[in-house]
Design a protein around this ligand. Structure first.
Ligand code: SF4
Length: 248
């Protein structure tokens, strides 16, 4: 029987979470409250009506915008309404429906193969564990976490996409230069487990609303006012503006 917290974490997640201080967790809690106040409607932007559809939409969203995925999936899901219908199709039959999305050939293969696995190995049901999801073709921790958190309400990780990765560094939640895996584990350690899925959506909403990769709008937002002191871009923004005015 595992006795320590670390042993239990290794058993459940496959790794021990990094240590955090009460002050770090308190700061994270305040940020979480402020994000929830600012983005009460934060949600998964991918449109789906069943777990296998979310799995497929998430596979399609790699290096593509959610909007481009949402444009393609209604036709795709109408033509192939079940995991069985995707499994019975060939990748070439799936391709025309997702041609507008980058890497469509390899994504068509991943969709076909993952749905074949769902049908043959999981009785047509998308599995509900991280371990099983990771056995599916084209599914890594990010996709598995999206499906578990949104389709099943199971918080097994914090999904770290490009927005979450950027913001977690800018807001001083993880060290500068932390990779995706380090950021995922640091966020899991800092924030209460029941918030993990929502946290990811709220950070993505803040990333889209204010903290864009290029030219973030650092002025005036409540989250930035209180937590932007860790953001080097915010500190330099007024100087950039002043210089820009002088050169006009
Ligand atoms: S202050 Fe600027 S860099 Fe920091 S979170 Fe806000 S928008 Fe992003």
């Amino acid at each position: 029987m595992p006795t320590s917290v670390s042993q239990r974490e290794v058993l459940e997640f496959g790794f021990a979470l990094p240590k955090t201080t009460p002050a770090q967790r308190k700061r994270a809690g305040r940020l979480l409250a402020l994000l929830a106040e600012s983005y009460p409607d934060a949600h998964c932007a991918l449109i789906y009506s069943a777990a296998h559809e979310l799995l497929i939409a998430t596979i399609l969203s790699a290096q593509a915008t959610d909007a481009s995925v949402n444009k393609a999936t209604p036709g795709l899901f109408a033509r192939f309404p079940t995991p069985e219908s995707f499994a019975a199709a060939t990748p070439a039959q799936i391709e025309p429906y997702i041609r507008s999305i980058g890497l469509f050939r390899s994504k068509a293969r991943a969709i076909h193969e993952s749905m074949r696995q769902v049908v043959e190995q999981f009785d047509g049901q998308v599995p509900r564990t991280m371990h099983e999801l990771l056995t599916l073709r084209g599914v890594a921790r990010k996709t598995a976490g999206v499906v578990l958190g949104n389709a099943f309400g199971i918080n097994m990780n914090v999904v770290v996409d490009t927005h979450v990765h950027r913001l977690s560094q800018r807001l001083g939640l993880v060290p500068k230069g932390a990779n995706v895996q380090q950021a995922e584990r640091a966020l899991m350690a800092l924030f209460p487990r029941e918030s993990w899925c929502a946290l990811s959506h709220m950070l993505i909403f803040h990333g889209r609303a204010a903290c864009k990769a290029r030219q973030p709008s650092c002025g005036g937002h409540a989250v930035c006012e209180e937590f932007g002191s860790a953001c080097e871009l915010r500190i330099s923004a007024p100087r950039r503006t002043a210089k820009a005015k002088r050169t006009q």
